[in-house]
Write a protein of this length. Structure first.
Length: 106
């Protein structure tokens, strides 16, 4: 994707043990591929653990058992080392990564 689009400054916050990077891309219609590319650029070297497409209400992996009050994709990410989340356009897309830095704080 070679489209130039304005991206608001990245905002960081904590959600439990997960560091969250909020990305806003106003006025651009994103599909999964474009959102995934943005998320990867925001985190650099990290392994994608789970994702959620808020437009279509689809998460991956689609885990149903032992999730408690969390969506399956989020429970899976948290139990498999997810420690960095990229939230694009207020939940339009959410990607959870494992960085290997979970014990380094911050």
């Amino acid at each position: 994707m070679n489209t130039v689009c304005p991206i608001s400054p990245l905002v960081q916050r904590q959600l439990g043990h997960i560091k969250v990077i909020d990305v806003s891309v106003p006025g651009v219609v994103l599909d999964y591929a474009a959102a995934h590319t943005l998320a990867e650029k925001a985190v650099g070297e990290a392994m994608l653990i789970a994702w959620f497409d808020g437009k279509n209400k689809v998460g991956y992996p689609d885990v149903q058992e032992c999730t408690g009050d969390k969506p399956g994709w989020r429970a899976y990410a948290e139990s498999h080392g997810g420690n960095l989340e990229v939230n694009i356009n207020g939940g339009e897309f959410i990607f959870v990564f494992a960085t290997g830095l979970e014990n380094q704080g911050g």
